[in-house]
Design a protein around this ligand. Structure first.
Ligand code: FES
Length: 111
């Protein structure tokens, strides 16, 4: 496989509208498949750069909640559900789908 890509997960492991935390290349990512689209977010809370891991994060079907200050984010759009949290959204990464596999590019800054 092209070494400029990081394998994140397989599409077949994702249930629709059910976000998951995935560790890849020593980093955590949030992945959700909704309405046929796959969304990948950096596993870092945008509030104070707190790592979003299984121990620090509450994941429900529609929200990602950071346990540090209970900032909550829409799991599909990444937008903050609490206006006082700034920056107001999770950092989005562009997924690359090759067959059944989801990748992101290495060394690309989240948006
Ligand atoms: S660091 Fe996540 S809500 Fe403050």
């Amino acid at each position: 496989m092209n070494n400029e890509l990081i394998f994140i997960t397989s599409l077949s492991s994702l249930e629709a509208d059910s976000p998951v935390l995935v560790k890849a290349s020593d980093k955590w990512f949030i992945v959700v498949r909704s309405n046929g689209k796959t969304h990948v977010y950096d596993g870092v809370c945008p509030h104070l750069d707190f790592p979003l891991t299984p121990k620090t994060t509450i994941v429900t079907d529609c929200t990602i909640i950071c346990k540090a200050h209970f900032g909550s984010f829409n799991s599909v759009t990444g937008e903050s559900l609490k206006p006082q949290i700034t920056p107001n959204r999770l950092s989005r990464l562009h997924p690359i789908i090759l067959g059944n596999d989801v990748f992101i590019k290495k060394n690309v800054n989240p948006q």
